[in-house]
Design a protein around this ligand. Structure first.
Ligand code: GDP
Ligand code: MG
Length: 442
C-alpha cells in the first residue's frame, strides 16, 4: 500500500523540521506510481503531482504524525478535491418545466441501457412519472431490453415502432412525454464499440432535437486509459452535463473516475455498482479517493492523521498563547485555518462567547478576500521577522511589500492587526487559558 511505501521513504526523516524538497520528490514518486497503478491517465497524474508538490512544500513535520501519513493525507485531500470534493452535485438536474429530458450517451456496452433503467427506478421511487425511450436502432434486441427494464422499474416505455430512425423516435418520445404528462423522459441511445463519426453525428443530432436538460456520458470504469479519449471525444461533440461510471463493482482502482473528471471537468453523478436494477450509487469522492490510494483503510488513516495533526497544532498553539506568545508565524497558521474553515464568517460562527475578540477582529477589518494577501505578506518575511515583528523598520517593510506585491500601507495594516490580535489573546489568557484552548481546538 502507498503508506507502506512512503514509510520507507520517510523512516530516516524523524526529527527534522520541514519536509525537504528531496523528501517530497521521493514521496511523490511513490504517489505517482500508485496513481499509475490505479490506471489514472498520465497527463492527469502529472497535473496532480505538480499540485501536490505545491501543497507539501513547506508543510511542517508534526511530531505526533508520521511524515508518510502526512503525505498520504495531502495526497488524499488532493484526490478528493480533484474528484469534485464534498460539494459534487449528486442529484439529477430536474427541470421546473416538465418533462425533464435526460439523454444517455456512450460507447456500446458501457452500460447506457442498464443505467437508464436504474435511473428510472430511482426517479420512480421519488414518485416521478418516467418514460423510457430506446433510440437504439442498431442492436436488434436493444429496444426489448429497455422495455424489460422499464417493467422492472415500474415505469412506462415508449411503444416500439419498427423501421423508425433515431431522430424520429426522439421526436415521437418528446411528444408522448409532453402530451401524457410525464415528469421525466430518458432517451437511451445507440453506441458503437469504438469512437466513430457516424455515432457522434447521430448523437449530436439527437441532442440538437431533444435539447436535453441532462446529457450523461456513461463510461465503463474498467476502460482505464481509454476513458480519457472517450470522454474528450464525447465532450467535444455533445453538451454533456455529467458522468456515470459503471462497473465500479469490478474496479478496485478508480483511476478512470479521476481521469474523466479531470479531463472534462464534469461532475460524476453516479456509480454503477452491480448488474441489478438497484445497483446505482450516488458518487462519493471520498470513497473513490480511498480506492485510488489502494487501501481500504485509508480513510480511517487519513482521519486519524488529520485529527492528530489538528490536535498537535492546537496543543502547540494553546501552549504558546497561554504564555502570551502570538507571533506572525502563528497568525499565518490561523489565517490558513480560517480559510480551511470557510473564511471569517464560518470561523466567527463557531466561536461562542468571545464577542470581544469577534468584535476586535472584525473591527480590525479582516475579511475573507484579504486572507490570501495577508498570508503572502507573512511569507515574504524572514523567519526572524515573523518571530519578532518589532525589528520591522521601513526598509524591511518595503522589501516585504515588494515581495508580496502590495503597498507598504498594507504591511502596516497587517502588523497592526497582529498587535490587536496578540492583545486580545493576552486578555483571554487571564481566564486561565480556557478560552483559546477551546478556540485553538476548533
Ligand atoms: P449499453 O450498450 O451501453 O447499453 O450497455 P448495457 O446497458 O447493455 O450493459 C452492458 C453490460 O454491462 C450488461 O451485461 C450489463 O448488465 C452490464 N453492466 C452495466 N452496468 C453495470 C455495472 O454497474 N456493474 C456491472 N457489474 N455490470 C454492469
Ligand atoms: Mg444499450
Amino acid at each position: 500500500a502507498l503508506s507502506d511505501r512512503l514509510s520507507t521513504v520517510f523512516d530516516r526523516l524523524s526529527g527534522r523540521g520541514v519536509l525537504s524538497d528531496k523528501d517530497i520528490d521521493e514521496a511523490l514518486r511513490e504517489v505517482r506510481v500508485a496513481l499509475l497503478e490505479a490506471d489514472v491517465a498520465l497527463p492527469v497524474v502529472r497535473e496532480f503531482i505538480a499540485k501536490a508538490k505545491e501543497r507539501a512544500t513547506g508543510e511542517a513535520v508534526i511530531r505526533a504524525v508520521k511524515p508518510a501519513d502526512q503525505v498520504v493525507k495531502i495526497t488524499y485531500d488532493g484526490l478528493v478535491e480533484m474528484l469534485g470534493g464534498d460539494k459534487e452535485p449528486e442529484a439529477l438536474n430536474l427541470s421546473l418545466n416538465p418533462p425533464t429530458i435526460i439523454m444517455m450517451a456512450g460507447l456500446q456496452g458501457s452500460g447506457k441501457t442498464t443505467t437508464a433503467g436504474k435511473l428510472a427506478l430511482r426517479l420512480q421511487k421519488e414518485r416521478k412519472k418516467v418514460l423510457l425511450a430506446s433510440l437504439d436502432t442498431r442492436r436488434p434486441a436493444a429496444m426489448e431490453q429497455l422495455a424489460t427494464l422499464a417493467t422492472q422499474a415500474g415505469v412506462e416505455s415508449l411503444p416500439i415502432v419498427a423501421g423508425q430512425a433515431a431522430p424520429d423516435i426522439a421526436k415521437r418520445a418528446m411528444t408522448a412525454a409532453k402530451l401524457q404528462g410525464y415528469d421525466v423522459l430518458i432517451l437511451d441511445t445507440a453506441g458503437r464499440t469504438t469512437l466513430d463519426e457516424a455515432m457522434m453525428s447521430e448523437a449530436a443530432e439527437i441532442a440538437r432535437i431533444a435539447n436535453p436538460h441532462e446529457t450523461l456520458l456513461v463510461a465503463d470504469s474498467l476502460t482505464g486509459q481509454d476513458a480519457v479519449r472517450t470522454a474528450k471525444a464525447f465532450h467535444e461533440r455533445l453538451p454533456l452535463t455529467g458522468l456515470v461510471l459503471t462497473r465500479a463493482d469490478g474496479d478496485g482502482r478508480g483511476g478512470a473516475a479521476l481521469s474523466m473528471r479531470a479531463v472534462t471537468g464534469l461532475p460524476i453523478k453516479f456509480l454503477g455498482v452491480s448488474e441489478k436494477i438497484d445497483g446505482l450509487d450516488a458518487f462519493d469522492a471520498h470513497r473513490v479517493a480511498g480506492r485510488i490510494l489502494g487501501q481500504g483503510d485509508v480513510v480511517a488513516l487519513v482521519e486519524k492523521a488529520a485529527q492528530d495533526i489538528d490536535a498537535a497544532k492546537a496543543e502547540a498553539m494553546a501552549k504558546k498563547l497561554a504564555k502570551g506568545q502570538f507571533d506572525l508565524e502563528m497568525m499565518s497558521e490561523q489565517l490558513g485555518q480560517m480559510k480551511r474553515m470557510g473564511g471569517m464568517e464560518g470561523l466567527m460562527g463557531l466561536l461562542p462567547g468571545v464577542q470581544k475578540v469577534k468584535k476586535q477582529i472584525s473591527e480590525a477589518g479582516i475579511s475573507d478576500k484579504m486572507l490570501d494577501r495577508q498570508q503572502a505578506i507573512i511569507s515574504s518575511m524572514t523567519k526572524a521577522e515573523r518571530k519578532k515583528p518589532d525589528i520591522l523598520q521601513a526598509s524591511r517593510k518595503r522589501r516585504i511589500a515588494a515581495g508580496a506585491g502590495v503597498e507598504v500601507a498594507e504591511v502596516n495594516r497587517l502588523l497592526k492587526q497582529h498587535r490587536q490580535m496578540a492583545d486580545a489573546f493576552k486578555m483571554m489568557s487571564r481566564d486561565g487559558g480556557k478560552g483559546f484552548a477551546q478556540m485553538a481546538r476548533m
